[in-house]
Design a protein around this ligand. Structure first.
Ligand code: AMP
Length: 360
């Protein structure tokens, strides 16, 4: 297995903050990055080589494929057709099957069921009658989620006692172009967690510590790494589960596994993301090797780095105008500010994050 040579070009699908941070990590290791994105964004600001084109533009995809040595993605919803088109020309890591599985909740949950990995009880919904039937079998409250294109709680509707399941369907129908969704039974979890795992070309895996995620209004607010309330047993089981997911999906690169942790330490997978993950941002200052460098190492066939924490670290997302309060963080000697350079400040928009590393 020969690693990608120095000066090799990594193609990144997507122009957001994850692409920007992947770009920084790639550059540190002596690689060049070429971003493909429909519009300028945080990643194209820092990557002189980029293609602004739609993911369906095959002429642009062909030029992009010619310009790069390996492709990875930072954008969840790269069309399957684009991933397949590129994979016929250049290595795409993680590959089209992993991308397709993680961008559709039905495919994702079916994969997890077949792999014997616990999730919330669930069923497929293609109309209001399915929602009503599943609300009967799964009990209320339950939650209807669009199969595709949902994020940060968007495209979701609760079915509570006394409410009409048809109303839930009507709420998400606008977000579900193919009118497909899943209904999940309510999980009475104790806390939320995630594990980022890297898998190299040789199938070797390296896990980051289990972290605790706290949300506000369905958006990740902060991550505590390593998870202060994880017992060694819970952490080991979560990591083993993440490794199984990475093996079963044949990941080369990173996959993040989001989990619900029950009061007695039982684990259920909520979601998968085959890319660097917001809950892994703490690793930029709190781990020996950041998730972005790790991703670059994995997809270029280099040895994986040490994913252990160097100190307990708290990552706080800066949403909307919180990014303007930068002085507070720049004056704090334990804080590391990461600003994504987005021009337009919108409420709830992820504008940056801060890593606060506990002093030894
Ligand atoms: P998701 O978009 O699937 O990550 O869901 C967003 C958030 O909603 C999760 O982080 C949980 O806090 C909550 N949630 C989602 N699904 C369930 C469920 N089945 N039971 C309880 N809470 C849930």
């Amino acid at each position: 297995m020969t690693p990608l040579h120095r000066g090799g070009v990594i193609g990144v699908l997507g122009g957001g903050q994850l692409g920007r941070m992947l770009g920084h990590a790639a550059e540190q290791l002596g690689y060049r990055v070429h971003v493909l994105s429909p519009r300028p964004g945080p990643a194209t600001q820092v990557t002189p080589d980029h293609t602004l084109a739609d993911y369906e533009d095959e002429a642009a995809l062909a030029r992009f494929a010619d310009a790069v040595d390996v492709v990875t993605s930072e954008f969840e919803n790269v069309p399957a057709s684009a991933a397949a088109f590129l994979a016929a020309r250049v290595p795409v890591r993680p590959g089209p099957r992993a991308l397709a599985t993680c961008q559709d909740r039905i495919a994702e949950k079916t994969f997890l069921r077949e792999a014997g990995i616990p999730t919330a009880p669930w069923g497929e919904a293609h109309g209001p009658a399915d929602v009503a039937r599943l609300a009967e079998t799964l009990g209320r409250p339950c939650v209807l989620k669009t199969a595709r294109f949902g994020y940060d709680g968007k495209g979701q509707a609760m079915v509570k006692a006394g409410t009409d399941p048809a109303d839930a369907w009507a709420t998400i129908a606008g977000h579900a172009p193919d009118a497909a969704g899943v209904v999940e039974g309510w999980v009475d979890f104790s806390w939320e967690a995630s594990v980022v795992v890297a898998r190299g070309l040789d199938g070797h895996t390296v896990c980051y510590p289990l972290v605790e995620n706290r949300h506000r209004d369905h958006i990740l607010h902060e991550t505590l790494a390593p998870a202060p309330r994880a017992t060694p047993d819970v952490a080991a089981r979560a990591q083993a589960l993440a490794e199984r997911v990475a093996q079963a999906l044949d990941i080369v690169g990173l996959i993040a596994v989001e989990l619900f942790v029950g009061a007695d330490g039982d684990l259920r997978v909520n979601e998968l993301a085959a890319r660097p993950h917001n809950s892994g941002h703490w690793s930029m200052n709190g781990a020996r090797v950041s998730q972005f460098e790790q991703c670059i190492r994995a997809i270029t066939g280099n040895p994986l780095g040490d994913a252990r924490a160097i100190a307990p670290t708290r990552m706080v997302n800066l949403l909307g105008d919180e990014v303007l309060d930068r002085d507070r963080w720049l004056r704090d000697p334990d804080a590391h500010l990461h600003d994504y350079g987005k021009d337009e400040v919108r409420p709830g928009r992820k504008m940056g994050h801060v890593n606060i590393v506990q002093r030894g």
